[in-house]
Write a protein that binds this ligand. Structure first.
Ligand SMILES: O=c1ccn([C@H]2C[C@H](O)[C@@H](COP(=O)(O)O)O2)c(=O)[nH]1
Length: 497
């Protein structure tokens, strides 16, 4: 028997993320978690549902979803899909269920703001500006059900669609929302190099660079982001078992990482509602196992500059949701295996640490395979990511600011004094300044400058060695001026080391 839905004509008015939703005319809101919303919509008629939307993150998504639901009191049923590994990792569907089952209490959010904190094992916050009575009314007025698969969800949605229309639970409710425009400092927009020993340290520097000098632009997702174009991160010494700070300020932990590494390294069958995994693209998408290919390539030709893997399929332009990670190169220099990856678009706050750790695991896997299958004994070289659009979404700006406040100074204090551009020894001889440029480590002489004018000398040095660190250049400026002053009053000059 074909079931006919009860015909209703409600209109869902979304104030938040309006372009990310699929609209219907019924009374059920469908929260699909990480399952793509079209995978549900195609099994339904528009009269079966009020709205279909994805919910990725409990800390970023639930607040906006609740605000939209308060504006649409005709929504009386909620079907929450909690089906995929990603849903379990993110915990957003679970946290939303906990909101309806257990409610909220007044507390402090992860950004230190007074908030309604959801009574859940998973952190989830709702703005304190929303009246608690409205939240309680919403909890009491909606019938909420969890679905563990697409088919179970479709069955439940169709069950509700058969029911007679119910009155809205009240009138639409809207509450004020705090928005803060960040101050942006001047800086270059294109091409940035940020280096750190660990992924954690590099991440803090990346967030600081984007948050202070990134351009504020609209995103494709009904909001804004702060963005720099072509940001290269160089991670030099991430340990093989990964460094997690104590307490852990990264947006991922070890258990998430284990699952994520498998998404990067292992093949995965195509599944309805799941777009792709990086492992699938690398292992089988193009009919070749590209990881095996690069291992074989380098064993056969260790100096090859063609050990490259691609995740981008030219057909990706035909559908939305193309992979963010596009190309990966492996290179051996001085017995060291480095990995370089390009990402067309990169959420530097929420996704980069996982992307970087997943790539580091891939780099180690390839190094181990080469060492096991050949006479080579390669060391781990640096990991480099080049993010074309390196951005921070507006809904994590306050988290980013909090991170900078708590970690940036400490990370900068760890700076070691060895500048890869080398050392500059300053002396005074025959009434003139003499600067000798030496290599770091071995101290081999590679250049010499002389003169009486400190500014002119600094400019010459910076022109000849443009990769000199800014703090090193500033130090040279001060020392050279000190040397000039000594010459003027005929006092011996000693360089401050
Ligand atoms: O491994 C990933 C996958 C996704 N994203 C981010 C980048 C974008 O912010 C968003 C994807 O949006 P589209 O470019 O596909 O619209 O997710 C990452 O940073 N890394």
């Amino acid at each position: 028997m074909i079931q006919k839905s009860h015909i209703t004509q409600f209109q869902y008015a979304a104030q938040h993320k309006p372009n990310q939703l699929i609209y219907g005319s019924g009374q059920t809101a469908i929260i699909t978690g990480w399952t793509v919303k079209q995978a549900i919509a195609k099994h339904l008629q528009t009269s079966d549902y009020a709205v279909i939307g994805q919910l990725y993150s409990p800390t970023r998504g639930i607040n906006l979803l609740i605000r939209n639901l308060l504006l649409n009191p005709h929504v009386r049923y909620l079907v929450i899909i909690n089906a995929t590994k990603e849903d379990r990792n993110a915990g957003a569907s679970q946290c939303l269920l906990d909101f309806f089952n257990s409610g909220v209490e007044e507390n402090i959010s992860d950004t230190g703001r007074k908030s309604w904190v959801i009574r859940s094992q998973i952190p989830g916050y709702i703005d304190i500006e929303i009246d608690i009575n409205a939240l309680e009314k919403l909890r009491q007025s909606l019938e909420v059900v969890e679905a563990k698969s697409i088919s179970e969800a479709v069955e439940k949605i169709q069950f509700y669609a058969q029911k007679p229309t119910i009155e809205p639970w009240g009138t639409p409710l809207e509450f004020p929302m705090l928005t803060i425009e960040p101050t942006v400092l001047p800086g270059t927009r294109y091409g940035h190099r940020i280096e750190g020993k660990t992924i954690a340290e590099t991440w803090v520097k990346i967030i600081h660079r984007i948050k202070t000098t990134g351009t504020i632009r609209p995103t494709g997702y009904d909001g804004k982001w702060q963005e720099l174009i072509d940001l290269m991160a160089v991670v030099t010494e991430e340990p093989e078992d990964f460094y997690f700070p104590e307490p852990n300020y990264l947006p991922i932990d070890r258990s998430f990482l284990t699952e994520y590494i498998s998404q990067v390294l292992d093949d995965a069958p195509s599944r309805e509602g799941v777009k792709y995994t990086y492992g699938q693209r690398l292992r089988s998408w193009f009919g070749k196992d590209q990881i095996e290919q690069v291992v074989d390539k380098l064993i056969g030709e260790i100096d090859a500059a063609s050990a490259v893997m691609t995740l981008w399929d030219v057909k990706d332009h035909e559908k939305g949701g193309s992979p963010c990670l596009n190309h990966i190169w492996l290179r051996v220099v001085d017995n060291e295996l480095s990995l370089t990856a390009t990402l067309r678009s990169n959420d530097m706050f929420a996704a980069w640490p996982a992307n970087a750790m997943g790539l580091r695991a891939l780099q180690k896997h390839i190094r181990d395979q080469i060492n096991q299958r050949s006479e080579y004994d390669l060391r781990m070289g640096p990991l480099m990511t080049i993010s074309q659009s390196a951005h921070i979404y507006d809904d994590t700006w306050s988290n980013a600011e909090q991170l900078i406040k708590q970690q940036y100074a400490a990370v900068c204090r760890k700076l070691d004094y060895a500048d890869p551009a080398g050392n500059f020894l300053i002396e005074v001889a025959n009434g003139e300044i003499v600067v000798t440029h030496t290599t770091p480590g071995s101290g081999e002489i590679v250049g010499c400058y002389s003169g009486k004018n400190a500014l002119k000398l600094v400019r010459e040095i910076c022109t000849a060695s443009p990769a000199i660190r800014p703090d090193h250049a500033a130090y040279l400026g001060m020392e050279l001026q000190k040397a000039v002053d000594c010459i003027k009053i005929d006092k011996p000059y000693v360089q401050d080391q």
